[in-house]
Design a protein around this ligand. Sequence first.
Ligand code: URA
Length: 203
Amino acid sequence: MPNATTSYNSLEEVLASIRGLKDDPLANAGTNIVISRGNPKARLLLIGEAPGPQENIKGKPFVGPAGQLLDKILQAGEFDPENDVYITNSVFRMPPGDDGKSFRKPNDKEIEFYRPFVFEIIRQIDPLVILLTGNVACQAILQKTGITSLRGKWIELDGRWLMPIFHPSYLLRNQSREPGSPKSLMWEDVREVRRKYDELLGK
Ligand code: URA
C-alpha cells in the first residue's frame, strides 16, 4: 500500500489533516469535507465513492438514500453499522455537477489526490476486512475497475482481506430480487463477508 507523504501517529492526526485541506482539487467547489462515521476500533472498514448532497449537508458519509440501504445491507450480515463498521469514502468532498447544484462522479485526478489519505485511514483503523463499494473505491484502492467481475471475490493485501461489492446506489437503480440480480448477489456477498469475518476473528 502506498505511503502518504506525511507520517501520522493517530487517526485524529489524519482526520485533522484532511479537515485542513485547502489545496485539494475540490476545494474551490464550495462543498464540505466529509470523512467518516462509525467505530474507529471496528475490524471492518467500508470505503465508498464520494459524499452526495445529504452527506455534504450532514457532514457524514452514507446518510442519504444509499446510506440507508447500506445500513440495511450491513444489518443483513448481522453487522451493526455504528459499532461493527468504520465507514469512509474515496473522495472527501462532493464533486459538484455542471449546473452547480447536482453532483457527479469523482474524476481520476480527484481519486488520485485523496488516495494517500484513504490509505492512511486504512493504516490507522487497521481493519481485517475492507469492503470496496463500486468502481470508484476499486480504482482508489486496487487501481482497477470492473465491479461486475471483481465483486464477491476476496483479495488479500498486506494481511487484510478486501472484497469489492456493488455500490448501494446501483442497487437503488436495480430493484429486482431475482436470482443473479445485483440485490441477490449483494445478499450472497454480505453472507460471505460475515463468514470470513467470523473465521478471521475465530468466532
Ligand atoms: N455514496 C457514497 O459513495 N458515499 C457517500 O458518502 C454517500 C453516497
